[in-house]
Design a protein around this ligand. Structure first.
Ligand code: 5GP
Length: 116
């Protein structure tokens, strides 16, 4: 068995994190190195390394994550303007190979920029 990801360790409370939301399927934590004034990670409890590793069996989990992302963003007061980002693969900047969404807001984003 490969070692548990850093996010699984957070989910198991082996590593501390600021937890903003949790249910049976996922957890939302504050990013340790925020790239926006509000930067939250939404992480499924099931370890799927990358988005491309998801299968049809994960369909309802992926849908759940999107719904929770909207709810968490609203709860954080950024429901009117936030970005939801998934980095897939090293070349796209993925550093933790446990699927997660970045919920980012309270930053001025423009329509022609896809930067963090
Ligand atoms: P990625 O680059 O894989 O899309 O995103 C990984 C994110 O996880 C980064 O934004 C990084 O700051 C965050 N991160 C890495 N390790 C930890 C940690 O131990 N705790 C928290 N809260 N965030 C982490």
């Amino acid at each position: 068995m490969s070692e548990a990801s850093i996010f699984t360790k957070i989910i198991r409370r082996e590593i501390p994190a600021e937890i903003l939301f949790e249910d049976d399927l996922c957890i939302a934590i504050r990013d340790i190195q925020p790239k926006a004034p509000t930067h939250v990670l939404l992480i499924p409890k099931q370890e799927i390394p990358r988005l491309v590793d998801a299968d049809p069996e994960h369909q309802s989990l992926l849908g759940h994550l999107l719904l929770v992302a909207g709810k968490v963003a609203t709860q954080l007061g950024i429901g009117e303007a936030f970005r939801l980002i998934i980095n897939n693969g090293e070349g796209a900047g993925q550093t933790v190979f446990h699927l997660h969404m970045h919920i980012m807001g309270n930053k001025k984003y423009t329509e022609d920029s896809l930067d963090f």
